[in-house]
Design a protein around this ligand. Structure first.
Ligand code: ATP
Ligand code: MG
Length: 422
């Protein structure tokens, strides 16, 4: 799967040529740890990762930059201009499967050019550390000669580059054990690379490498986070939202679509199936004992979600449920709710603390939207004392009074699919 990027000399006047180091070009090195472990699945994962990287670049308006494999990592051409480069880094920082990324200087494999690249890499890292208010005081060079025809060995290069960088920055000390900045240099046959900055990626697996699932997306804090966590494991998501219009508002629907748009910032686009849930909810309210209402409602949601999943080729459902949060989230309630579904139900938040979930929601960017006040259908008809230990027989007894044969197909009939983009 390895391909060649054109040599830096051929590109030095192109759009990726960088300023301060003559003959250099800017690149981004993408690392994808976990995929490397997947044995014979590896080519499939790599294909998927590359596809997702190319999609993310195209979405950010950089569809023409090069992407190539280099020794178990991806090397991506990066614009020389700073703002554009930041945009590329932001876009790739949202590709699941990427563990970390480093902005790289690529130069012809000649000693002086490598010195220039190492210095540029060091200074980039110094600037970044200073901008975080944690100025760097020490550095170390880690050079690697991959092309054995290069005249200097790895140790010689460490010494030579270390001396060169120290002369340029005498204020820095050398620390070989725990340096603030590690300047890494790799000399290959056609090009040498230097970098000193490593930015975190989201990790996980490339989207689509673990199939597809349906996310039960409410307007709350939890379910968007659950969806994001499932996506990070490579699961493609379609959302399903149950609304009880006109009891729930237009704004409540818009809020859910906005949450889906934020998630689409990580996946490219997302389909949201908006299910007309009003008639089912009112039937439950009319026919069932108040304390079982929430359980019946959840069972109805799962029945509908499962049918939608089948229609869409999805292999599971994902929810934001979390043990003990509310009456329907006791193990007893979940047991009764689960009886209506045979697909795997993924509950990524199941054992998390609320504070952790909120922290994740903030990081993903959904929190501020989630806390907007518009009520979703779960806040309707909430009884004062919902059952926390429902009995299956009682629940089934209550359900027997409801005309599911008519209500479930009707709800699906009136489901609208909305496609959202970031
Ligand atoms: P969230 O913060 O995600 O709303 P929650 O803590 O409020 O979760 P519940 O309201 O009990 O918990 O909902 C549990 C899960 O059921 C939600 O995380 C979501 O996956 C699903 N769910 C609840 N209401 C809806 C809805 N109107 N449409 C789609 N899914 C829903
Ligand atoms: Mg909720």
């Amino acid at each position: 799967m390895s391909e060649r990027l054109p040599s830096s000399a051929a590109r030095s006047s192109g759009p990726a040529a960088a300023g301060p180091v003559p003959g250099a070009r800017r690149l981004l090195l993408l690392r994808y740890g976990e995929i490397g472990l997947k044995g014979k699945n590896r080519p499939g994962f790599e294909r998927q990762l590359r596809l997702r990287v190319e999609e993310a670049l195209a979405r950010a308006g950089f569809g023409d930059v090069e992407v190539a494999w280099r020794n178990g990592r991806l090397l991506v051409g990066s614009p020389a201009e700073e703002e554009a480069r930041a945009a590329v880094e932001r876009a790739l920082g949202r590709v699941f499967g990427i563990v970390s990324l480093s902005p790289v200087w690529g130069v012809p494999p000649a000693p002086e050019a490598i010195e220039g690249a190492a210095l540029a890499a060091l200074e980039e890292a110094l600037a970044e550390a200073a901008s975080r208010g944690r100025p760097a005081r020490t550095f170390k060079v880690e050079a690697r000669r991959v092309d054995k025809r290069f005249p200097l060995g790895s140790l010689e290069m460490n010494a030579r580059l270390g001396g060169f960088l120290h002369r340029a920055h005498p204020e820095l000390g050398v620390d070989v054990h725990a340096p603030d900045v590690r300047v890494q240099v790799e000399v290959r046959e056609r090009e040498a690379y230097a970098f000193a900055l490593t930015l975190p990626g989201p990790g996980g697996l490339p989207l689509g490498s673990s199939g597809r699932a349906v996310l039960l997306l409410s307007g709350g804090i939890d379910s968007p986070v659950a969806g994001w966590m499932a996506m990070r494991r490579g699961i493609e998501i379609e959302a399903v939202h149950f609304e009880s219009f006109p009891y729930t508002s237009e704004q409540a629907r818009e809020k859910v679509l906005e949450l889906a748009r934020i998630l689409a910032g990580w996946s490219g686009e997302m389909t949201v199936h908006v299910v007309h849930f009003t008639d089912i909810q009112t039937a439950i309210y009319r026919e069932a004992p108040a304390e079982l209402g929430v359980i019946l409602m959840r069972r109805a949601m799962f029945r509908l979600a499962e049918e939608l999943a089948r229609r869409r080729g999805a292999l599971g459902t994902v929810t934001g449920e979390n043990v003990g949060q509310v009456a329907s989230q006791t193990l007893e309630s979940m047991g009764v709710i689960n009886r209506v579904t045979t697909l795997p139900v993924l509950r990524p938040l199941i054992t998390m603390d609320k504070s952790q979930i909120i922290e994740e929601a903030r990081r993903i960017g959904t929190y501020e939207t989630s806390i907007l006040p518009y009520a979703d259908c779960c806040s309707l008809f909430v009884p004062a004392h919902p059952a926390t230990r429902p009995r299956l027989a009682e629940v089934e007894g209550a359900e027997a009074r409801i005309d599911w044969e008519r209500l479930l197909p009707e709800a699906l009939e009136r489901t609208v699919a909305v496609s959202v983009r970031p």
